[in-house]
Design a protein around this ligand. Structure first.
Ligand code: MG
Ligand code: ZN
Length: 174
């Protein structure tokens, strides 16, 4: 059943401007290059699946209902093929919080995604590591959000882009 390729996108700082712990659709805005990238992915019939750490749930900063309302808003307005999130506390030791690959593996199982033909795009190296651990190629949006640059082998991206439009050009240029 694994037939389709996907682009997995981090949400905050990659697809959307980073507004910490925001779940209000009215405060959502697309990151630079995101509109063009989504159009380009849609043109090529690529699945676009968001994978996001949402520790604000475990920290009690918003409810699951609030987050699911935001999810519906994003899936509808951006025509996403999925929105998968880790609801756990950063120290919970779960296997879905990036840099673990659990969200990507779950999405792949549910949607028949061929991970080896897929990409993970994010703005920090935890996104890169999650993608690599899932068996995807990876692209880092180098927009200043990564600050530690712990470049182990698993955290070294296949490509680096200034914004999501550049990432899309790199991915679709393959
Ligand atoms: Mg991010
Ligand atoms: Zn988790």
């Amino acid at each position: 059943m694994a037939v389709s390729a996907a682009v997995f996108l981090d949400k905050d700082g990659t697809l959307l401007e980073d507004v910490p712990y925001n779940v209000d659709p009215a405060r959502v805005s697309l990151a630079k290059g995101a509109k063009e990238a989504l159009a380009a992915f849609a043109d090529r019939r690529l699945r676009v699946i968001v994978v996001s750490n949402q520790p604000g749930l475990a920290l009690g900063l918003f409810s699951r209902e609030d987050l699911e309302a935001l999810e519906r808003h994003l899936v509808d307005t951006l025509e996403l093929h999925g929105f998968y999130y880790c609801p756990h506390h950063p120290h919970a030791g779960c296997d879905c919080r990036k840099p673990s690959p659990g969200l990507l593996l779950l999405a792949a199982r549910e949607q028949g995604v061929d991970l080896a033909r897929s990409w993970m795009v994010g703005d920090i190296l935890d996104d890169v590591e999650a993608g690599r651990r899932a068996g995807c190629r990876t692209c880092l949006i180098d927009n200043g959000n990564e600050t530690e640059w712990e470049l182990t082998e698993l955290r070294t991206p296949d490509a680096v882009a200034a914004d999501l439009a550049q990432a899309a050009a790199r991915i679709l240029g393959e």
